[in-house]
Design a protein around this ligand. Structure first.
Ligand SMILES: Nc1ncnc2c1ncn2[C@@H]1O[C@H](COP(=O)(O)OP(=O)(O)OP(=O)(O)O)[C@@H](O)[C@H]1O
Ligand SMILES: [Mg+2]
Length: 356
């Protein structure tokens, strides 16, 4: 099926949010076209939920604006819109449903507060529940539902008013692989039906399969926005991958290495991507060195590591990496955020770790 991408439906313009003197979202610019599926991907604390909350008008931007398309096809300030329910369908954080209610009761209530035409409500609810394979659970209490089923109901309710854009915040979070596959299938189906979707996630691999474009976000800034293919092409960096025998005990060693190896390193990764040019992954004892790509530098780096850092690290292998760099860079972002990011990676059985 060929999907027609139309004009801009949602525009984030210099969007900024400060909490006290901490900037959570730092002048983000983003245009989302009709029919596009955009993955908003970044590590914990990158600012994804904060952006979504601003779109949902749950919190106010410190500065900048959000524009949406009006019925005449013009972009207007979101604040000038009284009702945003038939424009957006939101799933923010884990959906919370009272445990003694049923899907039918929940959707009926939401349809009522969002002014869905009364006579069509029952038909619409059945249609949605069938689409999400929840029809036989229509009158069952939420307390009997699995996490995946609750999540599906959460996505189903975003479609209730047939909104122009569906905004999902981590729809696959906390789900087992089987449930994640099911959610991915559902999103794929919505995509093929021409829905415009903006989906925040920290699972790059999962999300990249269903997205037309990925906006990589780190520390409140969009560091790249493109199709996966172009991201892979553009984010070409030269990395030496060193396998170490043991973990590095003293964290200051990395900074000392950066100081000493500075003339050979690719410092652009810090300014452009917000990561250090040398990154150690304590899960697999892998040391990544972003360098200028020349053989001479490689030789110098090897010499310095094996002489000056002989007592701090035992080298098992040293080679220029030849696989896709996108997953690698993304993994570095996760590691930068938290050295204990292994919990993020292993608890979700993540493919990113394997892709390294
Ligand atoms: N109400 C608030 N007050 C103060 N700081 C906040 C508030 N909300 C968010 N932050 C901070 O803003 C930053 C961005 O948070 P946000 O929830 O948007 O990140 P996220 O990308 O959604 O992360 P996650 O993947 O963990 O959901 C974090 O450092 C967070 O602590
Ligand atoms: Mg979040």
């Amino acid at each position: 099926m060929i999907r027609n991408l139309s004009e801009t439906l949602l525009r984030l313009k210099d969007l900024k949010k400060d909490f006290g003197n901490f900037t959570a979202v730092d002048k983000i610019n983003l245009d989302i076209y009709g029919g596009e599926v955009i993955g908003f991907v970044g590590p914990n604390g990158a600012g994804k939920t904060t952006v979504i909350k601003m779109i949902a008008r749950l919190i106010k931007p410190t500065s900048g604006k959000i524009f949406v398309q009006n019925t005449k096809g013009e972009l207007v300030d979101l604040n000038s819109k009284l009702n945003i329910f038939n424009y957006f369908g939101f799933l923010i954080d884990q959906p919370f449903f009272y445990k003694d209610t049923t899907p039918k009761e929940i959707l009926k209530y939401l349809a009522k507060v969002q002014h869905y035409p009364k006579k069509d409500i029952n038909e619409r609810i059945d249609e949605l529940l069938k689409k999400f394979n929840l029809f036989r659970w229509k009158d069952k209490k939420i307390k009997t539902f699995s996490k995946g089923m609750k999540q599906k109901l959460g996505i189903a309710q975003t479609l209730l008013m047939d909104p122009k854009i569906i905004i999902l915040d981590e729809p696959q979070s906390g789900l087992d692989p089987k449930a994640r596959i099911e959610i991915r299938k559902l999103l794929k189906e919505l995509q093929l039906n021409g829905k415009t979707i903006f989906v925040a996630s920290h699972l790059l691999h999962e999300i990249s399969e269903i997205c037309d474009k990925i906006a990589l976000v780190n520390k409140g800034k969009i560091i790249a926005f493109n199709t996966i293919e172009n991201l892979k092409r553009n984010l070409k960096t030269n990395i030496i991958e060193c396998q170490l025998l043991e973990p590095i005990k003293d964290k200051n060693v990395i900074d000392m290495m950066i100081d000493l190896l500075c003339p050979y390193l690719d410092m652009n990764v810090t300014t452009e991507l917000g990561i250090k040019p040398i990154v150690f992954n304590s899960n697999n004892y892998d040391l990544g060195i972003y360098f200028d790509g020349t053989k001479e530098s490689m030789s110098e780096i090897l010499d310095i590591i094996t002489t000056k850092f002989r007592s701090e690290m035992k080298l098992v292998s040293f080679a220029q990496q030849r696989t896709s760099q996108l997953e690698r860079i993304y993994t570095e972002l996760l590691n930068e955020y938290d050295d204990n990011s292994s919990s993020i990676i292993t608890s979700e059985g993540d493919n990113i770790a394997i892709a390294r």
